[in-house]
Write a protein that binds this ligand. Structure first.
Ligand SMILES: [Cu+2]
Length: 246
């Protein structure tokens, strides 16, 4: 019995994979659909080294983003409400499970697992190096120190002068990975991601410089269950706070 249910489960995944994909120039097309309750499919069977063309359609009423996490090399792409974007993704050449996070900042999220080869266990975790982007930073520019804890985001000031602002994020957690997103809070309340320091390990820090105009901004961590070993949604747990740029 156990063997048969396993075979049926595998066959189901293959049928799903075939149903939502087709071949085309620029890689095999894999369709991902975003709705108000999340993204589908949640799992995709791929071949090591395969080139994919992700056809990401946003059928929801919010702006979605997709990006690779835990080492998957897919740059963040914003898919505005009602639009379609087609980022390419090359599956790494070794068997493994590669994760793409499909989400609304501060809202729903789905982790789409791309399983390459016969892997049944996730690839070894490879956190991204902390972002260091200080090229445009001058000593006279403002610095905002941000403390990330389980599960709070605490800047050392709630207002900063407009211009180049250096964000230095320190994760004081003893065991959890956190990240720092800086988002513009638009007039209609929606969020636009402007920059991020990803995958800051326990007791680690990272920095980035952003040029910000006056307005309201949100500092947030968007790690969700299944990402970086987390069992909880950090944003929902309270990992966000707003600052004013004047
Ligand atoms: Cu966090």
């Amino acid at each position: 019995m156990k063997t048969w249910s396993g075979v049926i489960a595998v066959a189901g995944v293959l049928v799903l994979g075939a149903a939502c994909t087709s071949s085309g120039a620029g890689g095999r097309e894999v369709r991902i659909t975003q709705k108000d309750d999340g993204c589908t499919p949640a799992s995709i069977s791929v071949t090591p080294g395969e080139k994919l063309k992700l056809v990401v359609k946003n059928s929801s009423s919010k702006d979605f983003e997709v990006e690779g996490i835990e080492g998957a090399q897919l740059q963040e792409v914003v898919i505005p409400e009602g639009r379609t974007r087609t980022p390419g993704f090359t599956v790494p050449s070794r068997d493994g499970v590669y994760k793409i996070k499909c989400y609304v900042p501060g809202g729903v999220s789905t982790i789409i697992e791309l399983t390459a080869g016969g892997a049944t266990t996730p690839q070894s975790k490879q956190p991204d190096a902390p972002t260091e982007n200080s090229a445009s930073f001058a000593p006279s520019d403002a610095t905002l120190n941000v403390t990330l804890a389980d599960y709070t985001v605490t800047p050392d000031a709630t207002s900063v002068k407009a211009g180049a602002i250096r964000f230095i994020a320190t994760n004081v957690s003893t065991d959890a990975v956190h990240e720092l997103y800086v988002l513009k809070v638009k007039d209609n309340g929606s969020l636009e991601s402007l920059g991020e320091i990803e995958s800051i390990g326990p007791k680690q820090n990272g920095s980035m410089v952003l040029d910000l105009s006056p307005g309201k901004y949100r500092l947030a961590c968007f790690i969700v269950p299944g990402e970086a070993g987390s069992k909880v949604d950090h944003y929902q747990k309270g990992m966000h706070t707003d600052i004013t740029v004047e």
